[in-house]
Write a protein that binds this ligand. Structure first.
Ligand code: G6P
Length: 368
């Protein structure tokens, strides 16, 4: 029962632990063992997807970070241009709409004022169609969109979004595969990624098993005022989401940077008072990331590295390494979100903040 915390101290922790289950529910009836089902996005969706040449994603907060991950997937797997923008910016500027652009809103609540306003504008503006990814059936966003993919996260009570984010990502990956099929994605590649989707609940359990170690490490943050989160590629928005979680519930200033930009500014801030959290991507970018990490180490920054696969990063003084082996590079952003959720949770608990109801924030921002 979603209104009951059960054995958990906070809704947020309960919702973090629900992720293997709700991710399974979000995939159910949408994929076979090798393919995305034709009917996964509802009737008429396939004909529409065949026409789509561009995707414009609009969202706020955590949902915006899900959209940023999706852009990497859509451009890599479907070869379709994708733009992502926060709704409050998009709605107040002039924009150029390419022919056959799909307008895609992502929202947990389906009631965020800026996102709804952007959708209402878009409907007058000549988009091919509007697709919503949403967690609340019957919400304004669902009612006003042409196509809908429901996330089956169940009610989310904690203000800091956790399970809604990872189910948005799963929905966006399924959408990307359905779109990519019209744009040259091979059956083998689709089967490979669908297999990776099926592995998610087990891998998320592996990530949850790091909980004890993360709780230990979180002590290093409680007397800090600032922190830096680094990632590259699709792990950059994961770093942004990790930083947002820490800000929201622990009130520690957290800034996310694409690791390659470190030398263009934030390196000046790094010293022993600045913990640096890194989500390490696939091997291709890993070597570059390693040299970024050395730059941080050389300035006395303490590093917390969540590493994908065979990262060959060794635990040493000042460098804490946590690995979840065997994660597919496409689904890695989903799995690597989990340890960052746990980190912010534990820091907030140690700091004694109101984890489920952080100060000044609302679960759903229905007025501008
Ligand atoms: C608020 C919430 C965030 C959420 C954002 C967008 O700021 O505190 O957790 O990500 O709104 O909400 P939505 O319901 O549109 O995803």
């Amino acid at each position: 029962d979603s209104a009951d915390k059960g054995e958990f101290r906070h809704y947020m922790l309960k919702e973090i632990y629900e992720q293997p289950k709700v991710i399974k529910a979000t995939m159910e009836g949408r994929i076979t063992d090798r393919r995305v089902l034709e009917q996964a996005l509802g009737t008429g969706a396939n004909e529409l997807l065949a026409d789509v040449r561009h995707v414009q994603i609009i969202a706020c907060g955590t949902s915006y970070h899900a959209g940023m991950v999706a852009r990497y997937w859509i451009e890599e797997l479907a070869g379709i241009a994708c733009s992502v923008e926060v709704a409050s910016e998009y709605r107040y500027r002039k924009h150029v709409i390419q022919p056959d652009t799909l307008f895609l809103c992502i929202s947990q609540s389906g009631e965020t004022a800026d996102t709804l306003a952007a959708l209402r504008q878009a409907k007058q503006a000549g988009f091919r169609a509007a697709l919503a990814i949403c967690n609340v059936p019957g919400s304004s966003l669902v009612r006003e969109s042409d196509l809908v993919i429901m996330t089956h996260a169940g009610p989310e009570i904690g203000v800091a979004s956790t399970k809604a984010f990872t189910t948005q990502l799963v929905s966006l990956l399924i959408f990307t595969l359905a779109l990519a099929r019209h744009n040259g994605l091979s059956e083998e590649r689709e089967a490979d990624i669908v297999t990776a989707l099926h592995q998610l609940p087990g891998q998320i359990d592996d990530a949850l098993a790091l909980d004890g170690k993360i709780a230990e490490l979180s002590r290093a943050f409680i007397d800090k005022n600032h922190s830096l989160f680094l990632g590259r590629g699709a792990m950059y928005p994961v770093a942004m989401e990790g930083a947002l979680k820490l800000k929201e519930i622990s009130y520690i200033h957290a800034e996310a940077y694409p690791a390659g930009e470190l030398k263009h500014g934030p390196l000046a801030l790094v010293d022993s008072e600045m913990p640096v959290v890194t989500v390490a991507p696939n091997n291709e970018l890993l070597e570059k990331l390693k040299s970024n990490l050395e730059e941080v180490r050389a300035r006395g920054g303490e590093l917390f590295v969540f590493a994908d696969g065979d990262a060959e990063l060794k635990e040493q003084p000042g460098i804490h390494v946590m690995q979840i082996p065997g994660v597919h590079s496409i689904t890695a952003p989903i799995v690597y979100t989990l340890p960052l959720q746990l980190l912010s949770y534990h820091v907030a608990v140690l700091k004694g903040t109101d984890v489920d109801q952080p100060r000044n924030l609302a679960k759903s921002v229905t007025v501008e």
